[in-house]
Write a protein that binds this ligand. Structure first.
Ligand SMILES: N[C@@H](CCC(=O)N[C@@H](CSS)C(=O)NCC(=O)O)C(=O)O
Ligand SMILES: [Fe+2]
Length: 241
């Protein structure tokens, strides 16, 4: 497998990767180009107006605001987008413990136009982490479970290294090699990876489980600056009027 053989999006699938410079969060806008039905994954509060404007400019109808997990480092833009775009519904996993219009169970499908995302539980960074997969488009949105050449930390919320390792090996590394992986964050300017690349080059997840656990238990990262504000707000999917 090489970069040239990456899975390509179909012509009626709109994909946009948006970025928040402050929290280094990636937000993804996906849509059915024919029906205009759209979903957004992991929006950021401070950029909700940017996202709403883009959705309006493209003539899209935002049906769902989805979160891969209950974020600890930024406030989700879900609540704000629901105010800006009436009718759109919030989505998160049931196992997150957060409140939302729709709570996803394992293998739940999120449909927009003729497209769909399948929710696969990938706990370990938090209990409620989901990876959203489009098998037709060959793409997975991994949240903080898998980051490019790394992975989400496991030292707060319900983090557990062994659970994360098993989630990735069960749900992500079993996908076809040419599937593209889009994470919720990148701190080095990387934008996308593939299953093949991560199985070969991921600095943490290519290690044996015992070594992985040791790495994760010794990251010594500072807690996210906004954690005390973000977690309670994200428990209700962002700001409420
Ligand atoms: N410095 C940032 C927080 C950075 C951080 O902790 N990132 C998380 C994802 S957001 S919950 C993470 O899992 N990082 C893994 C890693 O290896 O960096 C801030 O203050 O917001
Ligand atoms: Fe996170």
């Amino acid at each position: 497998m090489s970069v040239a053989e990456e899975h390509q999006f179909s012509k009626d699938f709109l994909f946009r990767q948006l970025f928040d410079r402050e929290s280094c969060t990636y937000t993804y806008l996906l849509a059915d180009i024919n029906t205009k039905d759209a979903v957004i994954i992991d929006p950021v509060l401070e950029l909700a107006e940017r996202d709403a404007q883009f959705i309006q400019q493209q003539g899209l109808k935002l049906v769902y605001c989805m979160n891969t997990h209950m974020h600890a480092d930024h406030v989700t833009g879900t609540g704000k987008l629901k105010q800006l775009i009436p009718g759109c519904q919030s989505i998160i996993s049931r196992s997150s413990g957060a409140k939302a219009d729709i709570l996803l169970d394992p293998d739940s499908k999120v449909k927009f136009g003729r497209h769909e995302l399948i929710a696969k539980p990938t706990p370990g960074h938090t209990n409620g982490c989901m990876t959203y997969i489009s098998f037709e488009q060959g793409v997975a949105f991994t949240g903080d479970t898998l980051l490019i050449r790394g992975c989400g930390r496991t030292d707060f919320q319900e983090g557990d290294p062994e659970t994360l390792f098993k989630s990735v090996h069960r749900e992500i590394f079993t996908l076809p090699d040419n599937f593209k992986l889009y994470p919720a964050h990148d701190y080095k300017g990387q934008t996308v990876t593939t299953v093949w690349e991560e199985k070969l080059y991921n600095a943490r997840l290519t290690k044996p489980l015992s070594e992985f656990i040791d790495i994760m238990n010794n990251l010594n990262l500072a807690y996210p600056k906004k954690m005390d504000i973000a977690v309670p707000l994200n428990k209700v999917c962002g700001i409420q009027e």
